[in-house]
Design a protein around this ligand. Sequence first.
Ligand code: PGA
Length: 236
Amino acid sequence: MTKYIIANWKMNMGKQEAIAFVTALGGISIPQEIMGVLCPSFPLLGALHLPPTIALGAQNCSSFGSGPYTGEVSASLLQEMGCAYVIVGHSERRTLLGETSLMVKEKACQVLDHGMTPILCIGEPLDIYDQGRTDVYLKEQLEESLPDRDFILAYEPVWSIGTGHTPRLEEIEAVHKFLHNVLKEKGFAHTPILYGGSVTGKNAREILVLPSVSGVLVGGASVSFDMFLTIIESAT
Ligand code: PGA
C-alpha cells in the first residue's frame, strides 16, 4: 500500500533554505511505495526543481476559477506550475482566515477540475475532543466539505497541530476506521486517510504502521531535512 508523506512547510522556508533542502532531497533514494509530496509557499513553486521521486503540492488555492480576486491563486495556475496536489481546508485557514466548509468544497472541486488531487483536511478542536464528540463533529465537517470525485483525506486534530500532543494510537486508529466507514457510505471506499498533528521522526513509525493510516501530513518537522528524512525512512 502506498504511504503518503506530505510536507506542509506552511509560511516557513526562504528561497535559499528551500533550494538547499531540495538539493539534499535529490541525494536520497525514496522507495517506490512512498509518495512524497512537498508543499512550499506559492512563490517557491516555480523556484524548486524537485527530484522525480517527490511531487509538488500547494498549501491552498482559490475557490474561484479566475478573475478579479486580488491576492488569490487559481488552481489552473497551480497546475501549470507543476503541482499534483493541493491542501484544502487546513485548520489554520479555517480558524484564522474564516474558511467555511463550503469554500473548502469549492476549492477541492477547483483542484479536481484541473487534474490535481485535493488533500482535504478535517479535525476537531479540543473542546469537542474533551466532550467525546469527535466522530459527530468530523462527520459533519467531512459531509459539508466533500467533493464529488477522488481525493485524499487528512485527519488533523486541531489540538494536536504544532503542540507536541497526539491522540493515543488506538484513538487515531478508531477515528480513521470511523472515517473510512463514513467515506464508504458515500462511495469513497478507497480514499486514503492520512494523519496529521505533531508527527515527528520519533512517532512517525508507530503512526505509519497503523493499518488504517495511509500516510502523514507533517508541518513543523518537515522543515528540518534530517527529521523529514527520518519520517520517510519510518514509512518503509
Ligand atoms: P504539525 O502541523 O506537524 O506542525 O503539528 C501539521 C499540519 O498542520 O499539517
